[in-house]
Design a protein around this ligand. Structure first.
Ligand code: C2O
Ligand code: CU
Length: 482
């Protein structure tokens, strides 16, 4: 099968070989300095303001649905102060805009491709039909448009959409083609959670810039992407009032895992995961997010006097603490009244249906330092024509998913379904994974057991590692529901 590298002329090099020397995940305390040269133009942390992301307006709300028109185009945006960086965008926004949808009310989006490459748009975490799923081969070319319909027949959740054109998704997403899709349901809207200006979507990611401040994309560039962006700006500050905020966190990185904490060790309240609210909130001093995972988090700044500055830190490498440890700083600048509250009970999940089928899935990639490492699901690279799992419509299944690698971390994402995690390495999962999930982290050697129910659409969908450089290498497979 044609590989991305052969598509691009084999010019993308041996960055994967670096995996063997220091591993995919390096705790910061023992971090060695990254191999990449830091771009000279990246500013000192906390010198730029974090913007909030614009909310997309529908072009029509008639006919019982919200209709949107989005144009994909390359534009130049200020990421580093004073520098115009070329990015690929939905409607010119970097990161992509926020689309707000309601459960039960369809959204129709007409995407115009004004880029130079075929694209597809996948609603990550969405319960959508195969024709609207934006699969890897279901692309549309430059100068054409494609309309996707999302019925939103699912619970409220922090979803997102991004490019999925096979072999190109990793570079397209890296260059900017990702956007947040916040679906809310009646239950969620009835809760007194922080809302309005106090509900803030934050897309976190890493990036590598060249000396001219342009994004550098190198396949499997584990060590080079050492600038952390929050809503498209490098380690920004964000002014907050001394009250509760709800942050809708998305890790839109291709390959970086974040482990987040507040610099004073302060508590955060996690209220939701990929697929929406948890049954119960829980307090924690750390939140982990592998690529594509989301966390719904409340932070109460009323415990801090006005004038306090608290850093949201990342404690995982690769990269040194100076490079990748400072994600963003919250500056408490004023007081404000706060009628919001985090109720003890957020949601009720129905009992899991009994599972009738068990499957084992193994993720792996070459770790022998070869120039073009391949990615595998169950020992095979993705073949778009091969059906790897056939599932009877209406059934529930338990999938046991293992990362067979010794060094390289992965994660596991299934299209169409929100699953529930039953076990991690044979033990019950922690509260941060106890809700609805569509993506689950897998450090080297880890195994998770998940429960999924296939009772909505029939058809063919993919499952893959969401370290997008890995899925571009073939770490992807097909399941068909019939
Ligand atoms: Cu977020 Cu198949 O992807
Ligand atoms: Cu992977």
């Amino acid at each position: 099968m044609v590989t991305r590298r052969s598509v691009l002329g084999g010019a993308i090099g041996a960055a994967g070989a670096g995996l063997l020397t220091t591993g995919g995940l390096v705790p910061l305390l023992s971090a060695q300095s990254a191999e990449a040269t830091e771009a000279v133009t990246v500013p000192a942390p906390f010198t730029v303001r974090m913007p909030t992301t614009p909310v997309l307006s529908p072009i029509s709300v008639l006919g019982g649905q919200d209709t949107y028109a989005v144009t994909m185009k390359e534009v130049a945006r200020e990421i580093i102060p004073g520098v115009q960086t070329k990015v690929l965008t939905y409607n010119g926004n970097f990161p992509g805009p926020v689309l707000r949808a309601r459960s039960g009310r369809p959204v129709v989006i007409r995407h115009r491709n004004n880029l130079g490459m075929p694209v597809s748009v996948h609603l990550h975490g969405g319960n959508v039909s195969p024709e609207n799923d934006g699969g890897p081969m279901d692309t549309f070319g430059p100068g054409t448009s494609r309309t996707y319909t999302y019925p939103n027949q699912q619970a409220g959740a922090g979803l997102w959409f991004h490019d999925h054109a096979h072999h190109m998704e990793s570079e397209h997403v890296y260059r900017g083609l990702s956007a947040t899709y916040l679906l809310s349901d009646e239950n969620e809207r009835s809760l007194p959670l922080p809302a309005g200006q106090y509900e803030v979507p934050i897309a976190l990611r890493d990036a590598r810039f060249d000396e001219a401040g342009q994004l550098v994309y190198v396949m499997d560039d584990v060590f080079g992407r050492t600038t952390i962006l929050a809503n498209g700006r490098p380690s920004p500050y964000f002014e907050v009032a001394a009250r509760k905020y709800r942050f809708r966190l998305l890790n839109s990185s291709n390959m970086r895992f974040f482990q987040l904490r507040l610099s004073d060790g302060g508590q955060m309240i996690q209220i939701g995961t990929d697929g929406g609210l948890l049954e119960r909130p829980f307090t924690t001093d750390t939140i982990g997010l592998s690529p594509a995972e989301r966390a719904d988090v409340v932070i109460d700044f009323s415990r801090y006097p006005v004038g306090t500055k608290i850093v949201l830190e990342n404690t995982l490498g690769p990269g040194t603490p100076d490079q990748v440890g400072k994600v963003l700083r919250f500056d408490v600048v004023r007081t404000a009244s706060d009628p919001s509250r985090v109720p003890d009970r957020l949601r009720t999940f129905p009992a899991l249906a009994p599972a009738t089928v068990q499957r084992n899935i193994v993720l792996s990639m070459d770790e022998d330092g070869r120039e073009e490492p391949r990615g595998f699901m169950d020992g095979q690279e993705w073949d778009y024509q091969r059906i790897d799992q056939t599932i009877a419509h209406g059934t529930s299944e338990i999938w046991t998913v293992t990362n067979a690698n010794k060094i390289v971390p992965h994660n596991f994402h299934m299209h169409l379904v929100q699953f529930r995690l039953l076990e991690r390495n044979g033990a019950p999962v922690g509260p941060g994974e106890a809700g609805a999930k569509d993506t689950v982290r897998l450090f080297p050697g880890e195994t998770v057991k998940l429960h999924a129910t296939f009772n909505t659409y029939k058809g063919t969908y993919v499952y893959h590692c969401h370290l997008l450089d890995h899925s571009a290498m073939g770490m992807m497979a097909n399941f068909r529901i019939r």
